[in-house]
Structures are given as C-alpha cells and as structure tokens.
Design a protein around this ligand. Structure first.
Ligand SMILES: Nc1ncnc2c1ncn2[C@@H]1O[C@H](COP(=O)(O)OP(=O)(O)OP(=O)(O)O)[C@@H](O)[C@H]1O
Ligand SMILES: [Mg+2]
Length: 594
C-alpha cells in the first residue's frame, strides 16, 4: 500500500528533496538556538574559557573575545538572527509542502476519476456512489498526510534527534543515553497500539462511507420520500447511520488519543528523571551551568521530535487504512478490459452476431444471478431487429452486452465479424447510438444535451435531429430555446420531453448501429408514430435494435426475436411469428385487444 503511495510521491522527487534540504537547514537553526544563551551564561556572566570554535573564528584578541559587552551584543544579535532565519525557513518549507501535497492529491483524484470512468457497470451495481465520492474527495488526501504528517516530520525529527544526541553526548554521555532510552519504550507502546488503531480507523472510514452514501441516495430521491411521507422513517435511518459513524469516530479517536497521551506521559516521566540527574551533576560541579542549561533546553526540545515521530507513525497507521480504500478501487480489475492489442473498427457496416452468449449479474455478496442463456442470433447490416418479451427477461441486458457495458460469462459477440472484445472500447461505442430505457439529461443546455454524442454538429443539424424526435416544438417554446439550461437531472422536463431529447441525441450521433430501448414509452401514440416515421429516415442504412412493449411499433422489423426467461423462444418476421401462434402471437393478440 505504502509502495503505491510512494509511487505518487516519486513524481515530485525534485521538489521533495528541496523541501527536505530546507527542512534540515531549519533543524540546524533550531538546534543552534540554545547555544548563544550558553555563551551568555558561561562566558559573559561567569568567566569560563571561550569555546574553541569562537577563538578559531575570531582569534584571541578580537573585540568580541576581549570585551564581554561586545560578546553579549553578539550573542543577542545571533539569537535574533537564528529566530528570524528559522521563521523564514519554516514558512518557506510549509508553503512548498502544501503546494506539493495539493499537487499529489490532485493527481490521485484524477487517476481515481479516470479509473471510475473505466469501471464496468457491474462495479456500479455493487458500489454506492456516496461511498465512492467519499473515497474520491476525502480519502485521497492520504497522499497529503503522507507528505505533510509523515515523511517530512519523521525525517526532520530524526535529524533533529541525531543532532541533539550528538551535542548532548559531547556534554554528558550517560545523561544522553538516559534521555534517549525513552525511544525503545515508545516503540513497544506503539507496537501494542498499532493493530487497534488500524482496526478502529478502518471501521471509522467504512461507516463514514456508508453514511455519505445514504445521504447521497436520500438527497437524490427526495421526491419519493416526500410523496410517500417517509420523512421520519428516513430521519430514523439517517440517525442509525450517523450513530454508527459517530461511535466509530469516537472509538478511533479514543484509541489514538490514549496512545498519544501515553507517549506524552512516558516522555514526561523521562524528563523528570533527567532533570534530577542533571541537577545533581550541577550541584557536584561536574557540569557547567551553561551546559546544564543547554541540556535542559534540549531536554524539552528533545521530546518534540520524539512525539512528532510517534505521532507520524500513528498517522501512518491511519493513513494505511484510508489509503487502502483508495487503492482497493484503483487496483481493482473490475474494468471491462481493453486488450493491449485492441484494434479500431473502421468503416463499420453494422453486422452483429451473438454466438452462444450467456450472462448474468453478480451481486454485492458475489452471488451470480444468471439472466441470459445461450443467446445466438445474426443481424445483417441495415436490418431492423426487434427484441420482444415480458418484462425482466433480459432485453436491456442484451443491449448492454452489445455496448460492452458488461462482458458475457460465455460466448462472444461479433461486429462485422470481429469479436467486440478485440476492439478498442472507444471505437466500439463510437459506432453505437443508444437511447436508454431511462432517459438521461445532463445539467447543461438543451442544445448541448442533444449534441452530447456529436459535439461538432452544427445548429441546423441539432434542430433537424430535434425535429425528427418531435422535440423541436416544445424546445422552441422554452424561454431560451436551445440555449435553455436544464436543472439537475432534467427535473424541469416531463418524462416524454426527456425521452425525445434522448432520441434527438441518438439521431444526431451518426453511428452505423442505433439502439432504442423503449424510446417512446412516455410519449403519446400520435407523437410516437411521428417519431417512428422520422426514425425510418434517420436510420437509413443503419442497423437498428428496437425494444418496445408497444408491439404495433415493431411490426415492420426485418426480424423479431422473442425472449422469455433469458432464452430465445422464436425468431422471424411479424407475419411468420403470427402464423406460428406462439409467444409473440399471444403477446400481439393481447396487445391488440387492449
Ligand atoms: N444492474 C443490474 N444488476 C443486477 N441485476 C440486474 C441488473 N440489471 C438487470 N438485472 C436483472 O436482470 C434481469 C433482466 O433485466 P433486463 O433489464 O435485461 O430486463 P428487460 O427485459 O429489459 O426488462 P424490461 O422490459 O422491464 O425493461 C432482471 O431480472 C433484472 O432484475
Ligand atoms: Mg429493459
């Protein structure tokens, strides 16, 4: 998991190094801070011999080494300088880090999104949109935390510790060892807490995902909730989700808080012991007051890095749990895969063949529900094919397979004699115009909605398609005509209006294969007749798949395929099937009498 995260970081290696180097420079300033005070105590206030480094730089007879006042001024100036430098570097490093981390988050988010765009639709029947949103907008911040809360603090802490240990060791080896003996104790504590911390954060983010999925679903079905008066029921459900999330949140924070406080306690006790030992040395005269000052100064400074190191490791555990949520999706292979040597379909004629295709859906618990069984049929270019059958028998599923939203469990589907699994996905779908059973409208203008599959279409072409779909009239009556913006999911349009915009969209996309799944179920019979007349014009030379429960619209199809329980029961023209007197004849008779 962390390897995958580091791959993202590696892209910014150069800038990360810059940050690290500047960060280490900052450490230098930080570590040097107590040194001028030691000079003031030992060399200004009392008369200890000057440290070698001062005499080395300034010689024995310079103003600074001769005059205590000058030395004091120099020390004070140095203190100010160190503080200023340290602040400037900190600000600079912070700025660079935030920018770098934001870039990382952005990259991960984009990868996540493009992965989602490649996922097969079966993935979406199993994963909730709200949870995916949570992963994509929240959990991707792990890369930010990785850099800003783990890599940099850990590195800087380690180097600070090393520098301090070096200086402390020079002053008093035994005390330095006592001070650092706290590290293994902390490591043991951490080992003890790692699993509970990981487990509780995993639960926390899982419940958060469920909570946000529930919110997203409720918000998008507000109409139904209000219509059925189930507000209080949904309120109760929301409360259950919120409680689960907040319990998990409290639990996770309790565990990590306990760990943090325990590590503070350990370092606190160690500090007390060191003060005791250090003070004894001062009393014995084995340590100068200035050295004791540095020691005590570092002592408090020492546990800053130690704590930030342990916090970083704790954060790494939490990040592990969240990062997994991101990479579970990024690394899942539920995509409809494009072969690496996939080919582009050129000059498609529109011949389609299903060869012994079986297919079904797999639910959240990995249970396989077969839907289609051994479907075989052949369509010549330019033919109109009708798929007929009772509701829920798998008509839409056949269409979904043809557009390769899913891959069949068995058998193959050929377009112009080529297995569609061998085609580039984009190339396959470019050759298909689709009107789905549930019309979909994007929150854009009507014109943009119609031109969605053919962005280069001229305004005249858009109007022509809209006229064919019998949509021109109502569009013209809208305040801004084709420029009218449609609100969220086309809430302002009627069902029949939405359907006609979808049809216009399919008409405008000039693909050799046209699929219409119940395109006019919400349109009155007269308008429907007009649309089908226009269809004859727009679909000239194209292969057309038609699904409709209004059998009168299918009468002129070249081939009617009747499906029941996922099995093809009969195939033929209208007249032939009526003569046969089986399922189609039954359905037609029933339809006719009503
Ligand atoms: N995304 C899905 N996930 C799981 N099961 C599905 C999914 N889509 C369809 N099904 C199931 O597959 C079966 C066939 O559905 P399909 O939509 O193909 O039927 P249909 O013939 O188009 O029906 P209708 O005439 O009502 O549109 C149904 O039992 C349905 O419940
Ligand atoms: Mg259907």
């Amino acid at each position: 998991m962390f390897k995958r995260l580091f791959q993202y970081v590696a892209e910014y290696k150069g800038r990360l190094w810059l940050i690290i180097i500047l960060g280490l420079l900052g450490v230098g300033f930080e570590v040097a801070k107590p040194l001028p005070i030691k000079l003031v105590i030992d060399n200004v206030l009392s008369s200890q011999p000057l440290p070698g480094i001062i005499t080395y730089f300034f010689g024995n007879n310079s103003a600074i080494t001769e005059n205590k006042h000058y030395l004091l001024y120099a020390c004070v100036a140095l203190m100010v300088l160190l503080s200023v430098c340290s602040v400037i570097i900190t600000l600079f490093v912070f700025n660079l880090t935030v920018r770098l981390a934001q870039g990382l988050v952005f990259n991960l988010m984009i990868d996540f999104f493009s992965k989602l765009q490649r996922m097969s639709l079966s993935f979406y029947s199993r994963n909730k949109v709200g949870d995916l949103l949570q992963r994509m907008s929240g959990d991707v911040f792990v890369v930010y935390f990785l850099v800003a809360q783990i890599i940099l603090p850990a590195l800087i802490s380690l180097v600070s510790l090393a520098a301090m240990f070096y200086i402390m060791m020079k002053i008093d080896l035994v005390l330095a060892i006592v001070a650092f003996s706290v590290i293994p104790v902390l490591a043991i504590t951490l080992a003890f807490f790692a699993k509970p911390m990981n487990d509780t954060t995993t639960v926390q983010y899982k419940t958060q995902g469920l909570f946000s999925a529930f919110l997203q679903q409720s918000l998008s079905s507000m109409k139904i909730i209000q219509a059925f008066g189930r507000e209080s029921f949904m309120h109760q459900k929301l409360k259950t989700h919120a409680e689960a999330f907040s319990n998990a949140f409290i639990m996770a924070n309790k565990v990590s808080m306990t760990f943090n406080q325990l590590s503070f306690l350990i370092t606190g006790i160690a500090s007390a012991v060191l003060v005791l030992l250090g003070a004894f040395r001062g009393l014995n005269g084995t340590m100068s007051v200035g050295d004791l000052f540095i020691f005590l100064g570092y002592l408090t400074a020492l546990y800053g890095p130690v704590n930030s190191l342990t916090t970083a490791i704790g954060a790494a555990v939490a990040i592990g749990a969240r990062g997994k949520r991101v990479f579970d999706i990024l690394d899942s292979d539920e995509v409809v895969k494009e072969k690496h040597n996939a080919i582009t379909a050129t000059d498609t004629k529109g011949a389609i063949e299903f060869r012994d295709v079986s297919f079904g859906y797999i639910d959240e618990d990995e249970v396989r529900n077969p839907v289609l069984h051994n479907i075989s049929f052949k369509v010549s270019p330019g033919q109109v094919i009708a798929l007929v059958g009772p509701t829920g028998t798998g008509k839409t599923s056949i269409i979904s397979l043809l557009a390769r939203f899913y891959d069949p469990w068995k058998g193959e589907i050929l377009m112009d004699g080529v297995d569609i699994a061998d085609l580039k996905l984009h190339s396959l779908r470019e050759n298909i115009s689709l009107v789905l059973q549930e019309p979909f409208i994007f929150p854009m203008t009507i014109g943009e909605n119609i031109a969605f599959g053919n962005p280069d279409a001229s305004f005249e072409e858009i109007v022509e398609a809209a006229k064919g779909a019998q949509a021109h009239e109502f569009i013209s009556k809208l305040p801004n005509g084709y420029e009218t913006s449609i609100s969220e999911a086309g809430a302002s349009l009627s069902g029949g209006e939405k359907q006609r915009i979808s049809i216009a969209r399919a008409f405008l996309k000039k693909a050799p294969i046209l699929i219409l799944d119940e395109p006019t179920s919400a349109v009155d019979a007269q308008t429907e007749a007009k649309i089908f007349k226009a269809l004859a014009k727009f679909s000239k030379g194209k292969t057309v798949f038609l699904i409709s429960h209004r059998l009168s619209t299918l009468k002129h199809a070249d081939q009617i395929i009747t499906i029941q329980n996922g099995i093809i029961v009969e195939m033929g023209t209208h007249d032939a099937l009526i003569k046969k007197g089986l399922l189609y004849a039954d359905l037609y008779k029933y339809h006719h009498f009503n």
